[in-house]
Design a protein around this ligand. Structure first.
Ligand code: MUC
Ligand code: MG
Length: 372
């Protein structure tokens, strides 16, 4: 008989960021992760992570609500079920609990990690094998100060830690943002790709003005300029400008991707396991995007090492990752709760190769940062 699920624990972990991280809707000084630990009847353990940004500022769930969802609703359904029947368990949770993708992502990840450990193979092999063993990683400049951002970019370029940058804009008047972005692009020149993320802050008219200015300034990509529900506006902007649009908040899963593509959108999509409901679900979204000619980008919710590793295993299986990834979450946090951190080098990160996610919890660090 196959192993069954014996315990499920959801732990809130708060780690300060290395500097304030300013987005259009909030400024982060701490990142809260929900770490999920699933143990089976053979004593093996799978790890998962559900992470959002700024409490309730960014997504539809908070870290605290994700913990309650897992403790009160998912755990009783999952206990004593066969741990390896991941598809069956997914179908069960979808039937009893629609949505709740953040919590589902952590559970799916933990079950995949458990399966990898049981089979003694890395997750990417369970997903059909890795096309890439080293993935490019962008860095977000979001100190809120132009000169600080330029200094940060130059240091990171010189250290070969990153050569692609995303700037968080949208909180200030559009021309203030354009001046900030243009100054940074001017300072780094052709050494770096510079992109922006507006996080839904512009209406359609402001977006048209902003995109024209950003196109003239040599910016490579504009992420989610308009509100997430305004799909027609996103589609219209994508055909009006040659600077491509990256859809983020507008598309969580495969169905959203189909709807946006059918509305006439062209450009790229920021895939995130947290939005889609797990690594398998994110790859379903990738298939729809590819069929519609929409470019792929490995996105982050600024997860720690567990969620970042899970995402990397999924993105590594994709032949065309046209826009690379932004899997830098662990680098934005002051500390980590794993024994061996990911290896960031040469403007990217190495895919972990151990069984499952290839990541191990540091129990002392977890005890230090878990919410008391
Ligand atoms: C987002 O909207 O993309 C990802 C990178 C970053 O700096 O913020 C997140 C959220
Ligand atoms: Mg974004």
């Amino acid at each position: 008989m196959s192993a069954t699920i014996k315990s499920i624990e959801a732990v809130l972990v708060d780690i300060p960021t290395i500097r304030p991280h300013k987005l259009s809707m909030t400024t982060m000084g701490v990142q809260t992760m929900v770490i999920v630990r699933i143990k089976d009847s053979d004593g093996l353990e799978g790890l998962g992570e559900a992470t959002t940004i700024g409490g309730l500022a960014y997504g539809l769930a908070s870290p605290e609500s994700v913990k309650v969802t897992i403790d009160a609703y998912f755990a009783p359904q999952l206990l004593n079920q066969p741990a390896g029947e991941i598809n069956t368990l997914r179908v069960m949770l979808d039937r009893t609990s629609p949505g709740n993708n953040l919590a589902k992502s952590a559970v799916e990840t933990a079950l995949l990690d458990l399966l990898g450990k049981r089979l003694n193979r890395p997750l990417y092999e369970l997903l059909g094998g890795a096309v890439h063993k080293h993935l490019p990683v962008l860095w977000t400049l979001a100190s809120g100060d132009t000169q600080k951002d330029i200094d940060e970019a130059k240091t990171l370029i010189a250290a070969k830690r990153h050569c692609d940058f995303k700037l968080k804009i949208g909180a200030r008047p559009v021309m203030d943002d354009v001046r900030h972005v243009a100054a940074i692009k001017e300072a780094v020149g052709d050494q770096a790709s510079v992109r922006v993320d507006v996080n839904q802050a512009w209406d359609a008219a402001t977006a048209a003005k902003g995109m024209a200015e950003l196109q003239a300034a040599g910016i490579d990509l504009v992420e989610q300029p308009t509100p997430k529900n305004e799909l027609a506006a996103l589609a219209r902007l994508s055909s009006r400008f040659h600077i491509p649009i990256l859809a983020d908040e507008a598309v969580a899963d495969a169905a959203d991707m189909f709807t946006l593509a059918a509305a006439g959108f062209s450009g790229a999509v920021a895939m995130k396991i947290a939005k889609a409901g797990g690594p398998l679900r994110a790859l379903e979204q990738a298939a729809v995007a590819q069929a519609a000619g929409i470019g792929l980008y490995g996105g982050t919710m600024l997860e720690g090492t567990i969620g970042t590793a899970a995402s990397l295993h999924a993105w590594a299986t994709l032949g065309n990752l046209q826009w690379g990834t932004e899997m830098f979450g662990p680098l934005l946090m002051k500390d980590d709760i794993v024994v061996t951190p990911l290896n960031y080098n040469n403007n990217g990160v190495d895919l972990p190769t151990g069984p499952g996610l290839g990541v191990e919890i540091d129990e002392d660090k977890l005890a230090e940062y878990r919410r008391k």
